[in-house]
Design a protein around this ligand. Structure first.
Ligand SMILES: [Zn+2]
Length: 231
C-alpha cells in the first residue's frame, strides 16, 4: 500500500531541498524528488545562468538538474548570502516544488480508485470541502461495488453491506463518519471543514479501504492450510 498509508504522508508537502555541493560546472541539490517522492541527489545537467542585479557577485544561479532516482528533471535556484567579505551559496527554491501524490493501493478496485485519487488531489490544492466530498463518493462507489442497491441513500447502503457481513461494526461506524464528513463538505453550514477534518476523512477512507480491499487481497496470497498428502 502506498500513497494513502495511514499516516497520510505527503499531505504537508515539506520543502526539504538543500544545496549538497557546488563545483566548477554547476551544483548538486539533495532532497525529496517532486516526481518520484524519493530522497535523491540532483546534479545539474545543463549549463548554469547567473543573475546579477548589480555589478558584483551574482544574486542567483539557476540550473536544470536531474533526479538520480527517477531521471526526471527539476529547475534548481541558488541565492547568494553575504558571508564576511565574500558570499555563500544557499538553496533558494526549485520547480516543480511538488506534484500531488495521488497514489493509492493497487488492491482498491478500478471503479473506486479514481474518486479517492481525486480526493487526494483536492487536498493538495487545499480544497477541503471537495476532499471530503470525494471521499464520500469513493465510499459510495465501494458500497455499490460490494452489491448495495444504488438507489438507496448512502447510510442505508452502509447498513446493508454491514448486514450482509461484508464489513465489521467498527468499519460500519467509520463509513458513517466518512459519509457525515462528506455531507458537511457538500452542504453550506456553520461547520466549516478544516485541513484537520479533511486529513481525518482521508485517513478514515484509507483505513476503510485497507480493511475492505487491501487486507483480504494480502491474505489471499498466503495459504497456511494443512498440506494435502500426495499419493
Ligand atoms: Zn525522482
Amino acid at each position: 500500500m502506498i500513497g494513502c498509508s495511514l499516516s497520510v504522508p505527503g499531505r504537508d508537502w515539506p520543502k526539504d531541498m538543500k544545496l549538497s555541493n557546488m563545483h566548477a560546472n554547476g551544483f548538486v541539490l539533495a532532497g525529496t524528488c517532486p516526481h518520484c517522492h524519493h530522497e535523491a541527489a540532483f546534479p545539474t545537467v545543463t549549463g548554469t545562468y547567473e543573475y546579477r542585479s548589480g555589478s558584483g557577485w551574482p544574486d542567483l544561479i539557476i540550473g536544470g538538474a536531474q533526479c538520480l532516482a527517477c531521471n526526471n528533471y527539476i529547475l534548481g535556484i541558488l541565492e547568494s548570502k553575504q558571508s564576511g567579505t565574500g558570499i555563500q551559496w544557499v538553496y533558494a527554491t526549485h520547480y516543480p516544488l511538488e506534484k500531488p501524490d495521488d497514489r493509492v493501493a493497487d488492491e482498491i478496485p478500478s471503479e473506486i480508485k479514481p474518486d479517492f485519487q481525486e480526493a487526494l488531489r483536492c487536498r493538495w490544492i487545499k480544497a477541503y470541502n471537495a476532499t471530503v466530498e470525494m471521499c464520500r463518493r469513493a465510499l459510495e462507489a465501494s458500497c455499490i461495488q460490494l452489491g448495495a442497491d444504488p438507489d438507496l441513500v448512502l447510510s442505508k447502503m452502509i447498513d446493508w453491506i454491514h448486514g450482509q457481513g461484508k464489513i465489521t461494526t467498527p468499519l460500519q461506524e467509520m463509513a458513517h463518519k466518512i459519509k457525515l464528513g462528506g455531507n458537511r463538505g457538500a452542504h453550506p453550514s456553520y461547520r466549516t471543514i478544516t485541513p484537520e477534518d479533511a486529513d481525518a476523512v482521508i485517513e478514515f477512507t484509507a483505513e476503510y479501504f485497507q480493511h475492505v480491499y487491501v487486507m483480504p487481497a494480502r491474505m489471499n496470497k498466503f495459504d497456511f492450510g494443512k498440506p494435502k498428502k500426495t499419493k
